[in-house]
Design a protein around this ligand. Structure first.
Ligand code: HAM
Length: 428
């Protein structure tokens, strides 16, 4: 047992894992560029109030899962690691006056989030999200556009059987009456409520609907549905979102039990699941509309919609479904030499090749040529560049380790020669 280990609920992404994440991030970057989203980075920690106000004080994420940073001095502000990026991005939207930019402002970020949750498969204390936010458009067309983008991300990543669940959770016009109806429902069962839920009944009853407590499942199944209590404007918005999704050919299912776990949502809410795993706290991703959030954080009333997709869970599902990312890590060429002591020569040639844009390694072990060639083969290198007597005439031997052939190449032609060979290898 090693003395030091990664903190509970966190993982090291070893090179093979990291390669999977890199691929997902490349797909995310490419897709969002096509859809007109621009990258943004906000700090990994914010004033705690940004999360308390934005996400809501009586939510699991803030009440139980926030990583608070212990201040070094009494008078220091209170900070917390970000459990999600939306609140921080909206803080930045307000701080930098983005309401004066052409609307909607379409932003994207990908990075680590932190939640002090009970670790289990697919649930970590540090996890990665691919996030997009479209701010300043009240929808409903853009709601469908964002959902379609999320769906396409899974398709391009190669995840099979992704299901889109959608719902509307109303707005300040219709939600208060629904909240009262919901309270009445649970008040009839107070004695059977787990302690957290009993405590939240009067303070934030909506959060009972997304409770992780298994005892709540039956009670929630019989709860009144928000979709039966939507005002006309919210109902029309929801109908239009669905019509746009139909027109785009995005397959979806309405789940009137879907409420999401954060307080800022209004109207459109959605989640992505692998079919058959709905409702198991294993959403691959989720998002929705948050028309009150910018105002909550001190800005002018501004509508917005976005999503966060959990990359750790996507990586898990890809592994389960047997989708492997092909990543080229082997060097194109390994520079070896007849004189074991001539590390300078080998390193110089490798440096030359790298400067020319090629993946090259120099064998820096002081060992015989045969052993160097053996190691190059094990590395999966395509070529060995062999420095020998020909060097005096400005030439090296290039051995194609895969074909087993060898030829003399002038040093001046080496980069072009190897680059051409790599190109024909890739495309041929
Ligand atoms: P969320 O549903 O809390 O939404 O998280 C989004 C996704 O992050 C989840 O569906 C899941 O895949 C992943 N995730 C959450 N917690 C964990 C965890 N502990 N371990 C691994 N993965 C996790 C949000 O965060 C919103 N900010 C999404 C959003 C953006 N809504 C509007 N804009």
């Amino acid at each position: 047992m090693p003395t030091y280990r990664a903190p509970r609920g966190t993982r090291d992404l070893l090179p093979a894992d990291r390669a999977v994440f890199d691929r997902l991030m490349r797909i995310a970057a490419d897709l969002t560029a096509r859809y007109g989203f621009r990258p943004i980075e906000t700090p990994l920690f914010e004033q705690t109030a940004v999360f308390e106000r934005g996400i809501g004080e009586i939510t699991d994420v803030v009440e139980k899962e926030l990583f608070r940073i212990a201040p070094r001095t009494e008078e220091a502000e209170s900070w917390a690691l970000r459990p999600e990026p939306t609140a921080g991005i909206m803080r930045a939207y307000v701080q930098h006056g983005m309401q004066t930019w052409p609307q909607p402002v379409k932003l994207t970020t990908t990075g680590p989030m932190f939640r002090y949750d009970r670790p289990q498969a697919g649930r970590y204390r540090q996890f990665w999200q691919f996030d997009v936010e479209a701010v300043g458009d009240a929808g409903p067309a853009i709601d469908a556009e964002v959902i379609e983008l999320g769906h396409r991300f899974y398709t391009e990543a190669g995840v099979r059987d992704v299901e889109v669940l959608v719902n509307s959770i109303g707005d300040p016009a219709c939600r208060p009456a629904y909240v009262e109806t919901l309270k009445a429902h649970y008040r009839g069962h107070v004695a059977t409520l787990p302690p957290t839920e009993r405590d939240r009944l009067e303070r934030n009853v909506l959060r009972l609907l997304d409770s992780k407590d298994p005892d709540m499942a039956a009670l929630n199944a019989g709860a009144p549905r928000i979709t039966d209590h939507l005002c006309d404007a919210c109902a029309a918005h929801f109908e239009s979102v669905k019509a746009h999704l139909d027109a785009l050919g995005v397959p979806y299912r309405v789940d009137s039990g879907l409420v999401r776990g954060l307080d800022y949502y209004t109207r459109t809410a959605f989640e992505f699941y692998v079919a058959g795993r709905e409702g198991q706290q294993q959403a691959l991703g989720g998002g929705g509309r948050y028309d009150g959030l910018v105002e909550l954080l001190g800005g002018r009333p501004t509508p917005g919609i976005g999503f966060g997709l959990g990359l750790d869970r996507v990586a898990l599902v890809l592994a389960e479904q047997g989708v492997v990312a092909e990543v080229e890590t082997a060097p194109l060429a390994v520079v070896v030499g007849a004189d074991p002591e001539d590390t300078v020569g080998r390193l110089r040639v490798a440096t030359l090749l790298r400067a020319g844009g090629l993946r090259a390694r120099a064998d820096l072990g002081r060992r015989k040529l045969g052993r160097q060639l053996e190691a190059a083969g094990k590395d999966g290198a395509h070529f060995a560049v062999i420095l020998g007597d020909e060097l005096a005439d400005g030439q090296v031997q290039v051995r194609d380790l895969q074909a087993g052939t060898q030829r003399l190449v002038a040093m001046g032609d080496l980069i072009r020669d190897l680059a051409r060979a790599e190109g024909s290898h890739k495309h041929g």
